[in-house]
Design a protein around this ligand. Sequence first.
Ligand SMILES: Nc1ncnc2c1ncn2[C@@H]1O[C@H](COP(=O)(O)OP(=O)(O)O)[C@@H](O)[C@H]1O
Ligand SMILES: [Mg+2]
Length: 498
Amino acid sequence: MVSRVKTVAFSGIEALGVDVQVQVLPTGKQEIVIVGLPDKTVGESRERIRACFHAIGLSLPYTRISVNLAPADVTKEGTHYDLPITLGILMEIGVLKELELSPYLVIGELGLDGTLAPISGVLPAAIHAVEHGLGIICPEVCGPEAAWGGDLQILAPFNIVHLMNHFKGKQILTQPKPILSEMRPTGPNLKDIKGQESAKRVLEIAAAGGHNMLMIGPPGSGKSMLASRLPGILPPLEPREALEVTMIHSIAGKLPDGKLIRSRPFRDPHHSSSLPSLVGGGVKSQPGEISLAHQGVLFLDELPEFKRSTLESLRQPLESGKVTIARANSHVTYPSRFQLIAAMNPCKCGYLDDTARSCGRAPKCSVDYQGRISGPIFDRIDLHIEVPEVCISKINEPGNGESSEVIAQRVRAARAIQNERAGVLNSLSDGEALDEILHLNQDAKDLLGNVIKKIKFSARGYTRLLRVSRTIADLEQSDSITKAHISEAISYRRLYFK
Ligand SMILES: Nc1ncnc2c1ncn2[C@@H]1O[C@H](COP(=O)(O)OP(=O)(O)O)[C@@H](O)[C@H]1O
Ligand SMILES: [Mg+2]
């Protein structure tokens, strides 16, 4: 006889159905043989399964146990195959019945004592189960996460004995409930920042239209302060976005307590980050920082200090909102629609415009330093601004700037206009859809005509300029784009004037 248990393999954030087929052969020496493209982590299941049988006082059959993970052409990674394989063996030796397990998809890692350890990817697995009319069996700690998958029956036992008792009717498991994560406490507030009115204005525009932004300024001028305050003026995630962001964190094993994420992510990887940690992939395929920042903010501080190859790898995700990673025998795609906020000093020493403090190599050093970032990367950033140092006397004054809450309201209103008009943020509209929403008045068209003659924009840079103008008009609740909106947007592409 062959016993079958349903489980999943992961490709990107999608779960693919996998059939775990277990057969205890009548002969052969005692061993568990797993086939069907298992990687090393799956191979290690054997030891955990042996120990678990010992812990619960059952003996494994004294013959060969064959396990096939079908379809055999999909690579199987992860530790979540422990539980389906174990349940398959328990079915083979008559401890569990097929009828009991057939309505469920099963995932879980075993401890040596038979407890079930948390695993990644429970939410996508639960969504897959709902789509196939199944329930799910997963570790107790993952139960609340599975509950976000939809309307499905969940068995979330603490250990394997607990599950066996449930099927025997001795200890009935209760259905776990979905838990929401707390909204992020408002975080640092923009009103802490003294002065810097123009930088705050640009931050508001970036938030309103979802635009990428680069801040250039000397050390200590408040660039990191400004960036860390962006999530505080962004609206919370929409329900559909929340599910997607939670799935990515689930696959990456970074979901605290299985709660649904509701605040926009803010990721700030260090400039020494490796390519796989930033864009994803690696030995065990994992989403990188750019995917963990999906629907949120990716803050790259000290931009020129990142390796050039690492920065160049952001070009495709910045345009397409997803990243495709080639593996040995397949491709994996993760969503990565992030908003890039970058910061840099104008030169290596940082004090380019301050003759008293700049090094002897100024201004040549700034050309070298800024040259570390390629044109195509600069071109993908809609807003470039200078953040000069605030004078010390201003820092001592009591702050009277607007609070994040007030700015967040304007951002929300501008986003509502965009959603109603086109269903997407201005930073994502393109081609004919962009032409349709522009509504340039005659003065604005004349100004643009003159500007194009003087400044050499790339087609991409020009499109981004139009998108920013649209957002500035939306913040003013103006249907048409005026000359003032265009000139403000042009002033935020200062790197073109260098
Ligand atoms: N505009 C400002 N208002 C209040 N404090 C400031 C301001 N600019 C800088 N600071 C102070 O300087 C510190 C360094 O700022 P930071 O944002 O890290 O600078 P940068 O990233 O530009 O090097 C902050 O922690 C804050 O104490
Ligand atoms: Mg900084």
